[in-house]
Design a protein around this ligand. Sequence first.
Ligand code: SF4
Ligand code: SF4
Length: 384
Amino acid sequence: MSVPVGQMIAVVRHVLRERWRGNHRYPLVLMLEPLFRCNLACGGCGKIQHPTEILRSHLTPEQCFQAVDECGAPMVSIPGGEPLLHPQIEQIVAGIVARKKYLYLCTNALKLEEMLPHFTPSPYLAFSVHLDGPKEEHDHAVCRDGVYDVAVAAIRAARKAGFRVTTNSTLFTDADPARYRRFFDEVMALGVEGMMISPGYSYEKAPDQEHFLARQRSQSLFARILENAPRRWKFNQSPVFLEFLKGNWDLECRPWGTPTYNLFGWQKPCYLLDEGYATSFRGLMEETSWANYGRASGNPKCGDCMVHCGYEPAAVEATFGSLAGLLATARLTLFGAPKRPLPPLPAAAPAAPLRVQPNGLHALPVLGQSPVAIAAEPACDRVA
Ligand code: SF4
Ligand code: SF4
């Protein structure tokens, strides 16, 4: 696991305080979505499918700070849309850092290098760069050639300027374990602090429904990719979550661990599903029918989900919930995972050809800025 000591201490202190208070459901990471618009149109993205008037809107810095204060989580993640398109992103970042929250600003990095002078390096701020695999796979996933190279150059520039940088990678059905192992080596060689990996989840809104990983295939794939993981690979995820991805540790989803706040309010029940909104964080915790979610609930929307927003908080709870969990995590951290026979790899759905379709999404004027430069770029979608 690769996070600064101060961040680890803040998380442990938060977990112990909540447990001491007898609070079983507590937030760990606030997923703050200040806008949905983006300068890419990835086939697997469910966030950019909102109507134009929503894509033109964004949260104010004050709304963001109110959400951070209400929630109280020690970490904040700002996922996509593309946060660097927000006209007040510098104020938002500065305000959250001033609150001593550990902030991960997720970005596709198209604007990262030019925006670096607007931020100040801090132990509380990390850029989490979207890289869905080696160059070919990443450019395919984001439906645009050349994005991988831009992201790699931006990572180098951010590291040189003294910023913390991590990567986040979503893996799809056609992932080749050997290529991803080489990719992890390349990413670590860029000097990133750690990598975050996750299986894709089939958003109802996402145009690409063919390439998301079912649970059994996810486990087989991650077991292969992470087999005998070299110590130079650093993940900013808990060892228990990585064992869960490999099918070696059973966890139950804790969606309240990563509450989502966006233009509509507090999203029920999680970052992935969109089943109504509460007007306050307290309302989210009290009004959501939590028993209807997670694998044990039998909800078909949750059956194959292994995404970190539900299961990383479960991994943290498993670590600190008992002495056995703590010792097992210490063993995994110190000695790595025990060698196990690899499960069979179920056949993937046949790779689908790319279909390029016109999409007016990128023609949106970005409020407070000039129109997005790639307005003429086509967006793509995969079809069977
Ligand atoms: S980079 Fe891709 S996945 Fe991320 S918000 Fe933009 S369109 Fe969605
Ligand atoms: S299992 Fe996945 S989709 Fe279901 S509530 Fe948890 S995170 Fe959301």
